[in-house]
Design a protein around this ligand. Structure first.
Ligand SMILES: [Zn+2]
Length: 304
């Protein structure tokens, strides 16, 4: 499932190549025909990510009523961009010269050759957003709907803080308060999008390992400084993720180790997907258990 960093990168892609452009919206698959008709011909005026949700704003003119497209990719969703798009994952946040190509953006990113523009929609494209120079095709989302600004505000109000949207102290305080008033295990609280928006299975496991925290520890028994450190580490890892496009969670790598980690997910994590393998720190076998229907990996010694 794409975690927060992926959705921020997708928002950056829209910001760079779609915002300010008039959009031809359609639903090649047909399931979103009514929604696409509401957006067709409007100009995209904003692109925002909050946690795992993407919000694209449309309007006729700057002073006209706004409509938003809300998208949650879920587990199987993906955006396919083609035309003049930004590929270099290390510069996406600051957008260099675009390249004429195709790029799939989901949990990971993959570039393929563009032979014609716009490429014909292939398979189950829920919505196609087309400008003169770029196109974005959405497949397989769990949510795709047109909302009013009030409805968007209501959705965002249900979400916990996102350190990229609100990097300030208030977000950290909200997170700390939400965690420390609950008896729920911290391993579940980190996945609860009302507590903190954007963390998924990979970041959950890695954050707990980096903090040396047992995933079963109830939130209300955690010292305040531990919860604050957890928030700051999340902000740190999320920023790396947005910059690199990878969930790089191991610090202190030399150049070779970093190149390996970027190239291969088996070399990228402390405990995620390492069930039965020796812990990189203490050698104990990494444990796998199922928590809230998702796989949780942890070291019973380093996270005792
Ligand atoms: Zn260990």
């Amino acid at each position: 499932m794409p975690e927060g960093h992926s959705v921020h990168r997708i928002a950056n892609q829209f910001e760079a190549h779609f915002v300010g452009h008039r959009i031809a919206a359609s639903s090649p698959q047909g399931r979103f025909a009514d929604g696409a008709a509401q957006l067709d011909g409007l100009t995209m005026t904003d692109a925002e990510a909050v946690g795992k949700q993407l919000f694209l704003e449309f309007a006729e003119r700057q002073d006209a009523p706004r409509r938003w497209l809300r998208v949650h990719l879920g587990i199987y969703g993906a955006w396919d961009f083609a035309g003049d798009v930004s590929v270099d994952p290390t510069v996406l946040a600051s957008i260099g010269a675009p390249r004429r190509t195709r790029l799939r953006m989901a949990e990971s990113e993959k570039e393929t050759e563009l032979t014609e523009f716009p490429p014909p929609p292939v398979g189950q494209v829920r919505v196609r957003l087309l400008t003169d120079t770029a196109v974005a095709d959405l497949r397989g989302p769990t949510a795709c709907e047109v909302l009013t600004p009030e409805e968007v505000a209501a959705v965002i109000a249900t979400l916990g803080p996102d350190p990229i949207v609100d990097p300030g102290q208030a977000s950290e305080d909200r997170f700390v308060e939400a965690v420390r008033k609950r008896r729920t295990p911290i391993g579940l609280l980190l996945m609860d999008q009302t507590v903190v928006a954007g963390i998924g299975n990979v970041y959950r496991a890695e954050l707990l390992y980096r903090a040396g925290l047992n995933p079963h520890t109830p939130g209300n028994t955690l010292p305040e400084d531990v919860v604050r450190a957890l928030w700051r580490d999340w902000a740190h890892l999320l920023n790396i993720g947005v910059r690199t496009g990878q969930m790089l969670t191991m610090d202190g790598l030399d150049a070779e180790g970093r190149a390996r980690a970027l190239a291969n997910r088996d070399d990228r994590h402390w405990v995620y997907r390492r069930a039965g393998l020796p812990c990189r720190t203490c050698g104990t076998n990494v444990v796998l258990e199922v928590a809230a229907a998702r796989k949780l990996y942890w070291c019973p010694v380093c996270q005792a």
